[in-house]
Design a binder for this molecule. Structure first.
Ligand code: 5CA
Length: 167
């Protein structure tokens, strides 16, 4: 190996890397020594606020039958009524097998882009408050960093209020 050789990355990360490149975004993927499986884990690994972590949550549209992707700030809980209002249809929570089949990735590493099929995507407007956010890069120990408005453009996301009111 030479000094310039890159470490071999997981195949799932390489699929996300290709999607970033196709979207004209920088390949900022980092494979971390620690777990990034949950938003809290990812925030610890990145040394950032939990709100700066992008949760990529897959639901199923009850009318369309299609998988829908909700990008939610790590410190917010998705409000189902808000999700349905933004999506324009009722949604249900699928099981892990459906999520894998529709996206090509396993829960804990679902990225916001690079799926087998493009998913209709909705974005929590709170993510837009940060200069930079961090999202899963295909595995439960990888992240990439991106300006939220660039992520919104790359995913053709519709943004709006998605969070549950604080208890
Ligand atoms: N890598 C981190 C930070 S980017 C991550 O992927 N976080 S996440 O929030 O997007 O993914 C975990 C989410 O998957 C959980 O919040 C939960 O909503 C969902 N989840 C966990 N287990 C299941 C399951 N068995 N079926 C469906 N969804 C699940």
């Amino acid at each position: 190996m030479t000094d310039t050789a890159q470490p071999i990355r997981a195949a799932a990360c390489e699929r996300v890397a290709r999607a970033l490149k196709d979207a004209g975004l920088e390949d900022t993927i980092r494979e971390m020594p620690a777990s990034t499986r949950t938003a809290e884990d990812a925030a610890s690994a990145c040394g950032c606020a939990v709100g700066q972590i992008v949760k990529s949550l897959v639901f199923r549209g009850k009318h369309s039958g299609r998988a829908l992707l909700f990008l939610v700030a790590g410190d917010n809980r998705l409000d189902m009524k808000a999700a349905e209002a933004l999506a324009g249809e009722p949604v249900s929570r699928p099981d892990a097998a459906y999520v894998r089949a529709e996206t090509g990735f396993a829960i804990g590493g679902i990225p916001p882009l690079g799926h087998d099929r493009a998913l209709k995507t909705y974005m929590d407007e709170d993510l837009l408050d940060y200069p930079l956010v961090h999202a899963a890069a295909g595995t439960p120990n990888s992240v990439f960093s991106v300006a939220p408005d660039a992520l919104k453009t790359a995913t053709s996301a519709l943004s709006g209020p998605l969070k549950e009111a604080a208890a």
